[in-house]
Ligand binder design. Sequence first.
Ligand SMILES: [Mn+2]
Length: 711
Amino acid sequence: MASVVEREASLQGPKDEFIIWSQVDYVDEAHVVKMAIFMKAMDMVSRVKQRTFLSHNIVNIPKDSMFPQNMKLQDEHCNAFIEHILRRRKLHPYLVKAILTTLLKILRAEPNMNDIRVPPHSRCTVVGDTHGQLSDVVYILKKQGPPSSVNLYVWNGDFVDRGPFGVEVFLIVACLKICKPNYVYLNRGNHESAKYNIAYGFFEEVRSKFEGEAGVFDLFQSCFNQLPLACRLNKDVLIVHGGLSRNPLTKIGHIRRINRNMEVPNEPYTEEEQIMQDLLWSDPCLEKGVYRNPRGVGCLFGPDMTSKFLKTNQLKTIVRSHECIEDGYMICHNDTVYTVFSASNYCGDAGNCGAFLVFSGGDGKELVWNARPLEIHTYMAPLVRVALIAEEKQKEEGKVGRGDLSEQLSILKKKLIDYVIRFHEPLEYQFTHADIESTGMVSVETWGDIMESVLHCKLPWDKIRRILIPNSQNTDQTVDYWTFLNTYSVHFEDQHGFIGNIIDRIKERVLVGCENVMSGFAKFDEDGDGSISPAEFYHVLHVHCPDLHVSKEQVDQIIRAIDKDGDGFVQFNEFSSAFAGGVGSKISTIVDNVSSSELIPVEEVASHWESRLKKQLLRMFYRQKSCLVHAFRALDESDSGLLSIKDFCRAIKALLDVERSVKIHDDTVSQLAKDMASYRDDATINYREFLSKFQVLIEEKKEGELVVRKT
Ligand SMILES: [Mn+2]
């Protein structure tokens, strides 16, 4: 069922480009929802949840601070704080803690839904998603002026994630709230939630800005969990981040009774949790009724749902945010639902306007309060200097581009490639099922339909086909789906590439004349006791490959890579799996190997299913990378970057439990750790190094030659 944005996707015209962007974002969101399940599993095995949030004690503010010691902020303090940020001065952790602990106290005292009075001769500005975009917040405050009894503000959630200044944006609105608690209101967005912050960047932002400062992220989360869910203007206008509950019987009273102090529920167990999720996640749609939301959470609610809700609760208008709209705002459901989105040029590449709404209390005479915004202001916020510097830096790192179409297309292509890899298994399944005669081909139309149904997004697939499939032509009738799928793969970079190299050399020089692996083994096992000692290994290498100058330490490393049972010696089965299988490919050895009695010809390559499993695992690690980062970090309490093998395996096992597409025995997981993560002498694994080994590989065949590009 189509949401409003999706509906427009079928239209042709200049909006195409923009719609592609919002659609592609949806795919991402649905994916994060699935990842959250894993994160929950991970929290259970790690001790992270038992670590209580900071005891929110009074923070001592030094005398020379820009803030008063009692934290009773005035306009000038807020201005000084913003100025401080714009001058790129460091945010001291004590300042951050002081702001957040003060805010927390205020938020705790507020109900789930604040009733706000907009009296005559005053106005109320409603701001939508800001997502860490400092330029937009600065622009809005400059335009609308400081909050006061006649200049109210509602900030409608999604302050953090995606943009680089989530910390700053949230702290600025927090200062405004502390300064004028009765004239500034903050609503919670779906992004004010720990699991999404881990997946979408705020966690990383806090970590990089307050490295070594324990508890800053947790303190942000304590505040997020206390943010009210909605507010009401003059009893007429409901302002909420996402939308309405799927249950048509939901009343304001139900919203008031929710115990909101928790993460935004991902898999709601109670009606209360379902309402909370819907308020923060739902979107309006044009058809009557309630439908599944393509985001994977919340619902789509039709105009009939809106009118019913308004009637039951004696409301006139709903204001919500949550959707990136090209014009910054949208009015639907018979002019009763206003969407406002305030992050202009979202993520630095969406090209949308930002907007805010202004409600007026009237002038006491002709102009009266009428439950509709008096002004809708749209803008493209000029980048503030700090943001400019950040954007340039990002550009240099090749993360975000801005401007011409070809640059935008290449970003889009990158995102789509990412999805082709993530959804490889379901795509493969659908293609092979559609291809009844196993020709390896499907029609162009079927290809588009399958892409659309697996990725859950409506895009001009025929145009995209020509971007995604190398050498495809307008006139093509069919798509070679194996070539398409195999164009994009995940590459695991073996940092100890020399091991693969040496194994190749051994094959070349030592084993070349051998009849089979057994006679090769015998060459190494000089004393014939059935296992190769490090000394024997070293000796053989020294004799046959003197030019390699392999050190004793390197020999130990090679042995560690092939010594499956960890006894420090190489037995025949270990030897045969290292030298008979895929050359230099350590991961291929994780699969149960040939039994030692079988003699395998030297040249035999890894079996088909073995290499398939390898590829599948690599894709899984790749797509769950941010979950793995979270899991590893949760287990690494001292933030050393190192994990014991046991903890490392624990994280991988939790991931495998969630990702049911790959079935592997527990022992194999331990073996995997050993093979892939090359542990150090103290039997710990450097997981940062491990994670850095995953890269996307694009293979494009151009006029017969193979071009391998890493992204
Ligand atoms: Mn949102």
